[in-house]
Design a protein around this ligand. Structure first.
Ligand code: NDP
Ligand code: VSD
Length: 307
């Protein structure tokens, strides 16, 4: 019978669904719980995870019946997340919680509505913040896995509603590592991978953003999951999923960095010093030139549209 629990937020699609599927197939003594906002999407995801066999609502928890559960919730709603406590407290030991919920809407800052900016904070920061609080405060989970992004090492044009929240997550994890030394806290910084969310963000992504992030070619969701699980199993806690992500992490020096948490960290240290001295200053000059050229062009086409 199942004697442990694995929770996946954002488990209704993309990487979250893939992680839930992986653990459902590979950890036979684990209860899997997926959380996200849309009940219809969650039910669909459960069908994919268990090949249309048994699954149930979290309120009807009974390990004799099934080990796959779903629970629709907006994780950016602090009150609703706090009300999860009685449901979480009666589960078998929570071994892992993947805080995968999140997503990007990618545009120029001036093109967002105020509510889109609010959504960016809700989806990418609050949705992980509040659940972390409930789990850590009540000592309910042994290992939390956060999903930031490579962009948290390098903020650039197009991601203004997203990057600041992902950088906040990175900062939060560094603080929590100090306060909760007995709980394992992993921070994943993925590069592009081909999820449903990625396909959608590409519909509005400005050309300049596509050009800058070109070196992070999208990998498949399965490949991304494999890298993350392998690295977690090897004991790494700051994880990137492609080469450029590893380089950007190396460039992101400072008091926050837990150097020995990442792969080939000593090489990162040397590269970081060298890049901060020479490569980055040159790259920033070129980047500024490219962005200004793009903005001038965008302005010209705006004006012609208005005429
Ligand atoms: N794809 C990529 O290239 C990259 C992705 N990432 C990050 O990795 C994570 C997974 O990405 P990906 O698989 O692309 O994501 P998707 O956009 O494909 O899926 C996002 C998931 O999060 C859920 N979700 C969103 N907001 C909330 C909320 N407020 N409460 C509860 N659930 C919510 C969605 O379900 P519902 O709509 O039903 O709520 C959905 O299940 C995200 O955090 C993303 O920012 C990082 C770097 C690159
Ligand atoms: C030494 C200096 C070199 C600088 C090179 C700069 C390359 C930048 C690559 C950034 C890739 C970002 C991928 C993650 C995007 C993401 O999180 C979204 N797709 C979310 O869905």
């Amino acid at each position: 019978m199942a004697d442990q629990t694995i929770i996946v937020t954002g488990g209704s699609q993309g990487l979250g669904l893939e992680l839930a599927k992986y653990h459902h197939n590979n950890d036979e003594n684990a209860v899997i719980i997926i959380l996200s906002r849309s009940e219809a999407k969650l039910i669909n995801a459960c069908k994919k995870i268990c090949n249309n066999t048994e699954f149930s609502k979290l309120e009807e928890f009974d390990t004799n019946k099934t080990r796959l559960y779903y629970h629709p919730i907006d994780l950016s709603n602090a009150g609703k997340v706090e009300n999860l406590l009685p449901l979480l407290a009666k589960l078998p030991t929570i071994q892992k919680t993947y805080l995968t919920a999140g997503g990007a809407s990618v545009k120029l800052f001036r093109d967002y509505s105020i509510s889109e900016l609010q959504q960016g904070i809700n989806m990418n920061y609050s949705s992980s913040l509040f659940l972390s609080h409930v789990l850590l405060k009540n000592e309910l989970c042994k290992h939390l896995i956060y999903f930031s992004s490579e962009v948290s090492f390098f903020p650039f044009i197009g991601y203004s509603s997203y990057t600041p929240s992902k950088t906040s997550l990175k900062s939060l994890v560094n603080i929590l590592r100090q306060e909760f030394p007995d709980c394992r806290l992993t921070n994943v910084f993925p590069g592009n991978f081909a999820s449903e969310g990625y396909a959608e963000e590409n519909l509005t992504k400005p050309k300049i953003t596509k050009d800058i992030e070109g070196s992070s070619k999208p990998i498949s969701v399965e490949a991304c999951r494999e890298i993350i699980i392998n690295d977690i199993n090897k004991g790494y806690d700051d994880i990137t999923t492609d080469f450029i992500g590893w380089v950007l992490m190396a460039c992101d020096m400072g008091l926050n960095k837990n150097w020995n948490y990442s792969k080939f960290w000593f090489l990162q240290l040397i590269l970081g010093v060298f890049a901060n001295l020479i490569i980055i200053p040159i790259y920033m000059v070129i980047l500024k030139y490219d962005i200004n050229k793009y903005l001038r062009k965008a302005q010209v086409s705006d004006k012609t549209k208005k005429q």
